[in-house]
Design a binder for this molecule. Structure first.
Ligand SMILES: *Cc1c(COP(=O)(O)O)cnc(C)c1O
Length: 419
């Protein structure tokens, strides 16, 4: 359970016993924990001994005072898959995919919504509202249903059909807006004032970040388990990879994981070494890449944002300065990939590794190849790609065309198949 909330810009403290959105200067609030007090009980071996496989096995650094308070559908505990060295993956010796598509509702948005709705309900919220152009909507609908509260979703008309359907089926009040995600955000703000809903927009409340930070905790266990499977479990020392590729929209997971690494160091779980963080955005919506290249400490609105990767279509992010801090502190890099390349990435992940990734996952693989070609990273390094969601939500991007038809009553119908 957190002890305080502080403004990420000014450090000003805010009360934890009521619903909170942004700080007085309009910046995200960050939860702080009394880590010294739990150092002796919250240890890697204590966590390993827990039967709960969900992200709530890390409940001491989440907004609950006991794990049974969580509004959970079993989120987290996703696999870290080692990539087989074949085809375009051949050069990479230690390449892994953290496959977030296995989460409830098919994306890592489940982690954030589980934490945020858990805390919102504990503080008395009866309805939540948010803008979404993709997976956040379905996750919010499911966790609100699980909690028994109302959910109001504002989505651009061109949101992928699967995201709209899952939200409606989940019982949310869904509104399609003839504008961009930023226009939806405005309606949410107005609706929250008028109807008393709690605003769950990304980084505008403190706990979606807390849910997503658990990816950072899990990774430290997953990696040593993958690299040293023959060593007795209690002797495995937590480790982080050399490079992490993150498909970046609002940046919640990027900022969250970085926070998790700091917490783990304070807890004595890891040392001061950190992975290089790679921000991957689409060519058609790359505000953070642009700001990073300009050496700026905040990002300007990216005009006419366009990409098939709905999770990356975030033209302005409240956490911009935090992402740029992480990039510089980690000696990382920010890169773009085209929609053609990210869809090619989806194809290669599906056919060569068996992972039907979302376009955002395709984007990180495309970026990884690009940076290896340019010599920015070496194929010997321990690299983790985040596949943040399931390709199944994006079936509309992959029309299968005319498939061969067979007449099962024709005894020769298999004759033309060459195996
Ligand atoms: C939301 C989303 C992202 C971006 O996540 P942030 O942490 O907000 O940057 C990436 N991929 C998918 C599939 C998403 O749904």
């Amino acid at each position: 359970m957190h002890q305080s909330l502080i403004c990420s810009r000014t450090g000003q403290e805010f009360p934890i016993d009521r619903l909170q959105n942004l700080s007085f200067v309009g910046k995200p609030l960050l939860a702080q924990y009394g880590l010294d007090a739990i150092r002796n009980t919250f240890t890697p071996s204590a966590v390993r001994a827990r039967s709960d496989r969900s992200m709530w096995r890390f409940w001491e650094v989440l907004p609950v005072s006991s794990p049974d308070q969580a509004i959970s559908l079993g989120e987290g505990g996703t696999p870290l898959l080692r990539c087989h060295r074949r085809g375009t993956f051949q050069p990479f010796e230690q390449l892994f995919i953290k496959d977030e598509s296995l989460n409830p509702t098919g994306s890592f948005k489940a982690r954030g919504m589980s934490a945020a709705i858990t805390r919102a309900v504990a503080l008395g919220a009866q309805a939540v509202a948010l803008p979404s152009a993709g997976n956040a909507a379905g996750a919010a609908a499911s966790y609100a249903a699980r909690a028994g509260i109302g959910c109001y979703l504002f989505m651009p008309e061109d949101t992928p059909p699967a995201n709209i359907v899952e939200s409606v089926v989940g019982g949310a009040h869904v509104f399609l807006v003839n504008g961009l995600i930023s226009d939806c955000g405005k309606l949410v703000r107005q609706g929250c004032e008028r109807f008393g809903w709690f605003d769950l927009s990304t980084l505008k409340e403190p706990f979606r970040l807390e849910g997503k930070k658990t990816m950072g905790y899990e990774l430290a266990f997953d990696l040593v388990d993958a690299l040293e499977p023959h060593r007795p479990v209690q002797e495995r020392k937590l480790q982080l990879p050399d490079v992490i590729f993150y498909p970046t929209g609002g940046g919640t997971g990027l900022i969250g994981m970085w926070k998790a690494f700091d917490e783990m160091e304070q807890l004595g779980w890891i040392g001061s070494e950190r992975p290089h963080m790679v921000v991957v955005q689409a060519e058609g919506c790359a505000p953070i890449v642009r700001a990073y290249r300009a050496g700026a400490d905040s990002a300007e609105l990216f005009p006419n944002a366009q990409t098939v990767a709905a999770g990356l279509r975030v033209p302005a992010a409240v956490g911009d300065f935090l992402m740029l801090d992480v990039l510089r502190a980690s000696n990382g890099i920010a890169v773009t990939v085209s929609d053609v390349d990210l869809l090619q990435g989806v194809d290669e992940l599906a056919t060569q590794q068996g992972v039907y990734a979302c376009p955002e996952g395709g984007a990180v693989w495309a970026a990884c190849r690009q940076l290896a070609t340019q010599g920015w990273l070496s194929p010997h390094e321990r690299i983790v790609l985040f596949n943040t969601g399931s390709g199944l939500k994006y079936n509309h991007l992959f029309p299968v065309g005319d498939l061969p038809r067979l007449d099962h009553q024709d005894p020769r119908c298999l004759d033309n198949i060459i195996d």
